[in-house]
Design a protein around this ligand. Structure first.
Ligand SMILES: [Mg+2]
Ligand SMILES: [Zn+2]
Length: 238
């Protein structure tokens, strides 16, 4: 067992078995879900979701309805066990690094009893306004200096840079880093993992495709599909 072990989690389709940004509209406002589908790629994604939240609010979707959708979102019991048991059995730090938002993630982590196990959650900031609108902003403010990532991270955040910043806040270096991800925006941080680190790559997302196309990873890679497989790996890390 590594003395100082870090587990980094992407959230949508990695820790959770769904995508928060799309799910809340699938539950509450299918016509807004359709609008997201038709406009993805034309507008920066965080800005697109911020607009979708304003549209849903204008159509009468309430804070309570959005929170309910988050609480019932698919989240595998094996993933809850995997995190809870590894935290109890080892000196492992948990870090959530996500392109979703602070309200979605904190609502679900609280619902699953996992919120106190995470040292940090780095994501896009969001807050409820008094009218029940969820106001969402990019992690990297569009009016300030922008990140300089050339790997392909979206303008709202470079996950590789955020991972390095987390390392700097929590020195000395971790003996081992385990990164759980699925999306193409997890490729940039994956490139920064070392030979002693482990990438747990879900098989059906953009990360798998980026690795197959571009390669260049120094770390060990294990592919998984169901959360029960992550639980098996985590049990072996204790
Ligand atoms: Mg994801
Ligand atoms: Zn990047």
């Amino acid at each position: 067992m590594a003395d100082r072990q870090l587990v980094v989690f992407d959230f949508d389709w990695s820790m959770a078995d769904q995508d928060t940004d799309r799910w809340v509209f699938e539950v509450n406002a299918p016509e807004v879900r359709r609008w997201i589908e038709d406009n993805e790629g034309k507008i920066q994604f965080t800005d697109l979701i911020a607009q979708a939240l304003r549209d849903a609010h204008a159509r009468g979707v309430t804070r309570e309805q959005l929170e309910h959708a988050l609480r019932i979102m698919p989240f595998h019991p094996a993933m809850v066990r995997a995190i809870t048991n590894l935290k109890a059995a080892s000196k492992t730090t948990f870090f959530c690094l996500s392109n979703a938002n602070s309200v979605y993630i904190s609502t679900i982590l609280k619902e699953k009893g996992l919120d106190a196990l995470f040292t940090e959650v780095v994501t896009n900031p969001a807050e409820w306004d008094p009218s029940g609108l969820l106001v969402l902003r990019r992690r990297v403010d569009p009016s300030g200096p922008q990140h300089t990532c050339t790997v392909g991270c979206s303008a709202n955040m470079c996950k590789g840079a955020e991972l390095e910043a987390f390392y700097a806040r929590h020195s000395p270096a971790f003996d081992r880093v385990v990164y759980v991800g699925d999306g193409s925006n997890d490729f940039c941080p994956a490139l920064r993992l070392r030979s002693q680190d482990l990438l747990l790559c879900r098989t059906f997302g953009g990360l798998h495709k980026r690795i197959a196309r571009d390669g260049g990873l120094k770390c060990e890679v294990k592919y998984w599909t169901g959360s029960w497989e992550v639980e098996e790996v985590f049990n072996s890390l204790q």
